[in-house]
Design a binder for this molecule. Structure first.
Ligand code: ADP
Ligand code: MG
Length: 556
């Protein structure tokens, strides 16, 4: 028609499309999960907007998602009666890259990760996955509240251009029609679609309906094929591990099984439910320092999805946690601004922190292998809590693990409690060394005197350790001391020996001080060394060389 307009995709969209369709090929079935998840988001958004504007729900019955197929036309269709999109929204949401998540995705995918499909699910590129199985996609959409003649038809072969047309649509919401590629016949079968819905989308909170079939053809009779219950509201005894795992996957952003979870209901003057998961692997944006736009923890109020509220419900150092919080007593029309100054929310947040730390402690105690996996993925993130969460400092410190002069190799397995349990009679401090690497720490001449006296030293080699130590002066009543600072602990015999040696070395010391001048604070005979002739040492209040270098690198 005359009103059809053809536009080019923004350059970055074309790039995303190319990457997604090429690298997702081995996981192509996830297109259905992605489209259903968009449909579910659209229903969530309408339900939320209708709290303030109930008239938006007028006309159609309950919010739902329909999936159907047409063997002759070779199409699979996903339809929802959710919020829908205006013409401008269609252009903004699927013609350009609006979300910064997608931009990060592009940056990430253009490096070495290029074809790692695992990463794709972590970014908002879901819609484009339709082009993995389809050579043409048609979107029909009408925003809730807009008149019938303001429908939009969007169509593209995913190659660089799309067309836009204004059309008459009798119902609000969005219909996505996939015109399947020649070799994608498997998705034209009801059992195949049903099993994918059960696998990936069983816990979507809206009914997903499919037509019953007769001789492989869809009939007019629809039935709900997913569970559609809010899993977290069921009693624990009715939920299997498989349920928990598939619910985790339905939250999105991770193809892998979770490592562990904790599900709790708090009853009382304020009631709420938390279902929190520890992933097994760090998501890409955590490693990229992705502090903005934290996703993964969904806030519901009485089962109505309100928003992603990870920032309001969890401290930064637990940003890897995923899951759901459902509060009974918050006002439904709560805004982000209100959330930030809400006392009830502070209580929920404290409960979330407690549950997560309980869960990690339980792993440390009962499931060492899982704990090791967790620690490898998130140990350094957890360390941020030492300075961020003073109230839980001791609990967090108890979870930290290091290599040590008394453990095997570079593995980080020694906790402060292990250390204290092995301390020598009369030893009054926890000794550590910081360095750029395990090898540098383990080979440091600073350790000689401690080895000679059989005193254990923790070997700290992660960048964050030095920074963390700024907030951790003691553990279990024992001060933490760097072997690079101050003096080595001596017994009486040692002290005498040192005094004699100092006297004997008097002329040498004088000569060295003259030679080195301002470049050193002092030259001393030390009990620090047994094999090496000399080393540099810091006085108690000097910055460790490692930290000084970090600061220099950061431009200080
Ligand atoms: P994400 O869902 O992570 O935002 P997608 O690529 O899956 O990324 O979708 C892009 C955007 O397109 C969505 O954020 C949403 O605004 C819009 N959209 C997609 N599908 C629908 C739908 N069924 N109803 C309404 N809006 C939709
Ligand atoms: Mg999506």
């Amino acid at each position: 028609t005359a009103s059809t307009e053809t536009r080019k995709f923004e350059a970055e969209v074309a790039q995303v499309l190319h990457l997604v369709t090429h690298s997702l090929y081995s996981h192509k079935e996830i297109f259905l999960r992605e489209l259903i998840s968009n449909a579910s988001d659209a229903c969530d958004k309408l339900r939320f907007e209708s709290i303030a504007h109930p008239e938006l729900l007028a006309g159609e019955g309950e919010l739902h998602i329909d999936v159907s197929w047409d063997e002759k036309a070779r199409t699979v269709t996903v339809r929802d009666n959710g919020i829908g999109m205006s013409r401008d929204e269609v252009v903004a949401n699927i013609g350009t890259i609006a979300s910064s998540g997608t931009r990060r995705f592009l940056e990430a995918m253009s490096g070495e990760q290029k074809s790692d499909a695992r990463l794709i699910g972590q970014f908002g590129v879901g819609f484009y996955s339709a082009f993995v199985v389809a050579d043409k996609v048609t979107v029909l959409s009408r925003r809730a509240g807009a008149p019938d003649n303001e429908g939009v038809k969007w169509e593209s072969d995913g190659k660089g251009e799309y067309s836009l047309e204004q059309v008459e649509l009798g119902e609000r919401g969005t219909t996505v029609v996939l015109h399947l590629k020649a070799d994608e016949d498997e998705f034209l079968k009801r059992w195949q679609l049903t099993s994918l819905i059960r696998k990936y989308s069983d816990h979507v909170a809206f009914p997903i309906r499919m037509p019953k079939d007769k001789d492989g053809q869809p009939t007019d009779e629809w039935e709900t094929v997913n569970d559609a219950g809010a899993l977290w509201t069921k009693p624990k005894s009715e939920i299997s591990d498989e349920d928990y795992i598939s619910f985790y996957k339905s939250l999105g952003h991770d193809f892998n099984d979770p490592l562990a979870w904790t599900h709790n209901r708090v009853e009382g003057s304020q009631s709420f439910t938390t279902l929190l998961y520890l992933p097994a692997q760090p998501p890409f944006d955590l490693m990229m320092g992705g502090r903005d736009e934290r996703k993964g923890l969904k806030l519901y109020i009485k089962r109505v999805f309100i928003m992603d509220a990870a920032e309001e419900l969890l401290p930064n150092y637990l940003r890897f946690v995923r899951g759901v919080v459902d509060a009974d007593d918050l006002p439904l029309n709560v805004s982000r601004e209100l959330l930030q100054h809400n006392r009830q929310l502070d209580r929920i947040k404290a409960a979330c922190v407690k549950r997560v730390l309980d869960l990690i402690e339980k792993l440390a105690k009962d499931e060492p292998e899982k704990f090791a996996t967790f620690y490898k993925a998130f140990g350094n993130t957890l360390k941020e809590g030492i300075s961020e969460d003073a109230n839980n400092r001791e609990r967090i410190a108890r979870l930290l693990r290091y290599a040590s002069t008394k453990s095997e190799g570079a593995g980080q397995t020694v906790g402060f409690d292990d250390y204290i349990g092995r301390m020598k009679v009369g030893q009054d401090a926890i000794w550590y060394i910081t360095a750029d690497s395990y090898t540098a720490a383990a080979g440091s001449p600073q350790l000689e005197a401690f080895k000679a006296r059989d005193i254990e030293v923790l070997l700290m080699s992660d960048r964050i350790d030095e920074w963390m130590l700024g907030s951790l002066n003691e553990y279990g009543g024992k001060p933490l001391k760097s072997v690079a600072k101050g003096e080595v602990p001596l017994d009486e015999a040692d002290r005498q020996k040192q005094e004699e040696a100092t006297k004997a070395a008097e002329p040498l010391l004088r000569k060295l001080k003259e030679l080195l001048g301002d470049r050193v604070g002092d030259v001393k005979v030390s009990a620090r060394l047994t094999d090496s002739p000399s080393c540099l040492a810091l006085s108690d209040y000097e910055m460790a060389p490692h930290l000084a270098r970090l600061l220099r690198e950061a431009g200080h």
